[in-house]
Ligand binder design. Structure first.
Ligand code: DON
Length: 564
């Protein structure tokens, strides 16, 4: 048969039809709108302003991280670290940028023990001995250089402006500063920066941070050397050492961010992409989803659901304590832990009628951690389809409460995320062993879980703060997304939590009704209501089938989610 010149051949036509069929199943390749969800309205606005100036999602990630460092100084900052999960639309490249803090080179396993060998929690929480080497500034440089379109100086402009000209103090600031008043007052530079006149500022007070503006400007003009070397590095180290800390110039000079392959798993046709060690988030999410996948479907609906969730959380958190730590220093059986067959074995002894007791008896029964919104998460989707999910932290509210004089940099107290002694709980009640023991230059195990979920139907971008509760919260957000619930529901639904030890189920108001509570108790669960909600989830949903983008900010917090 002679073909008409210019008409596609049969093979080409078939190929074209196939491509069209795949494209129509997978929906359009780029989203109709961009979306940003962050924990602070000023950060969301700054993110959009950088997109409007020609930046992509990765430039916006720098801008938002830097603005949050200024306007939410209690949650994250230049003196802290975080994980940025990236998806580059052009080639599908997916990576986790690990800007986690590292222990100083002079750190050792007995750092927080007294003369009798007892753990002294305050040493790992308050003051410069609690501070690890920050990763946030290095992550800014890496993002700008390797992924962004704009120079770092441009992306940092909004944060510099807000540090120099001030931002209005809000309720969260006042609550967190009141909570950490003693630690802040112990540091004269922190007090001067965060407690004008020595007191928590009133609502609406315009808080200016001139030292921080200068430090951000040094980063903008000199890049990472403006922070990890030169006069600023010297001020950081001498300030820390003068107040009893152990940092050295070598610590700063040797800090590096690391690109790591994310954890990937499958659940009901959705592809999970989440944080790899040194976060425990992705591994535990994969384990929990793999366990849920083999439970009888009736266990995931109605009244039995809370029991099923608790039992998968319990088993995953047990492995967290046993196996996970810094991948650069510890060998971990990640492939095995995330294998569906392994999960099936873990959940084999699931009893629909009985709680499986955790191993208790090591005396670890910490107080309920009431604050659950410090640390911060943001999600970004740009018009090209680039995605960022980032969770950033200085650990406790206002971190260590310590600012080295003349730097404006509030230091983290992330050292408390190490396991100071086997079986001894940290501030979130988490226990651990050798894998997460303190060692020089080591990254401490985290729960931060920036996450993507993707299928033919759409894309979800989500995460939250909340210490040890983060992973279970993200699990509950994922399940809502997979069910097809609206994005507002992912972030708002009342939550439950179990972390193996202590062996108790924490639940938010509304998470278990009276009958649900009775049913849980009859199975042998110990229940503990948490009066104030926990978490501050920021989520984006790109519905590829409906061609819509929507975003939501947790009603427990004061964030803002916008689609434009
Ligand atoms: O990396 C971690 O897992 C913790 N430092 C996060 C702290 C946190 O989310 C505090 N929120 N309540």
């Amino acid at each position: 048969m002679r073909r008409h010149p210019g008409s596609p051949g049969l093979g080409l036509l078939t190929l074209l039809l196939l491509v069209l069929a795949i494209a129509s199943r997978a929906g359009p390749v780029t989203p109709p709108k961009a979306a940003i969800a962050t924990a602070h309205p000023l950060a969301t606005e700054a993110g959009f302003s950088i997109l409007a100036d020609g930046g992509n999602a990765f430039d916006a990630a720098v801008t938002i991280s830097a603005v949050l460092a200024v306007v939410e100084p209690y949650n994250s900052g230049l003196g802290g670290g975080g994980f940025w999960l990236l998806h580059r639309a052009a080639d599908g490249h997916e990576v986790m940028l690990d800007g986690r803090e590292r222990a100083p080179l002079a750190a050792h396993p007995d750092l927080y023990l007294d003369a009798r060998g007892q753990f002294v929690p305050e040493l790992a929480l308050d003051g410069p001995l609690a501070a690890a080497i920050p990763g946030l500034p290095a992550a800014f440089c890496h993002l700008a250089e390797h992924y962004g379109r704009l120079p770092l100086a441009k992306s940092l402009e909004p944060a510099i402006g807000l540090a120099r000209d001030g931002f209005p103090v809000d309720e969260s600031y006042r609550r967190m500063a009141t909570w950490r008043l003693a630690a802040l007052r112990a540091s004269p530079a922190a007090s001067a920066q965060f407690l004008p006149g020595g007191e928590v500022p009133p609502l609406g007070y315009l808080l200016r941070q001139t030292d921080l503006a200068a430090t951000l400007t040094a980063l903008a003009t000199q890049g990472c050397d403006g922070f990890y070397a030169g006069p600023l590095a010297e001020r950081l180290v001498s300030g820390v050492r003068a107040a009893g800390g152990i940092w050295s110039l070598e610590d700063l000079a040797r800090y590096r961010v690391v690109e790591r392959a994310p954890i990937v798993a499958e659940y009901q046709g959705w592809r999970l992409v989440s944080a790899a060690p040194p976060s425990s988030g992705g591994v535990l999410l994969a384990q929990m989803l793999n366990m849920l996948a083999v439970l009888p479907p009736d266990q995931l609906k109605g009244e039995p659901r809370a029991h099923a969730l608790v039992e998968v959380m319990r088993r995953a958190y047990r492995d967290r304590a046993a196996y996970l730590g810094d991948p650069d220093q510890v060998a971990m059986p990640i492939a095995r832990l995330t294998d569906p067959d392994y999960a099936a074995g873990l959940i084999r002894d699931y009893d629909p009628a009985r709680a499986t007791p955790s191993r208790v008896g090591d005396g670890c029964e910490p107080e309920t951690f009431e604050e659950g919104r410090d640390t911060t998460h943001f999600s970004i989707l740009d018009r090209d389809g680039n995605r960022v999910a980032a969770t950033l932290s200085i650990n406790y509210p206002f971190g260590s409460g310590f600012v080295p004089p003349g730097t404006g940099v509030l230091l983290n107290d992330e050292m408390d995320d190490f396991s100071a002694q086997p079986g001894v709980a940290n501030v979130y009640g988490l226990v651990g062993g050798e894998a997460n023991a303190i060692a020089p230059g080591k990254r401490m195990l985290s729960s931060m879980s920036p996450t993507f979920l993707e299928s033919e139907r759409g894309v979800a971008i989500l995460g939250t703060p909340g210490g040890s509760r983060i992973i279970g919260m993200v699990l509950q957000g994922i399940l809502a997304a997979v069910e097809g619930a609206p994005v507002d529901d992912w972030v708002a639904r009342p939550r439950i939590h179990h972390q193996y030890l202590p062996d108790r189920v924490e639940y938010e108001p509304g998470a278990l009704d009276a009958a649900g509570q009775a049913a849980m108790r009859s199975r042998g669960h110990r229940l503990e209501p948490v009066e104030r909600g926990f978490g501050n989830m920021q989520a984006i949903h790109w519905d590829r089938v409906g061609g819509r983008v929507e975003a939501a900010s947790d009603p427990r917090g004061a964030g803002r989610a916008l689609v434009r």
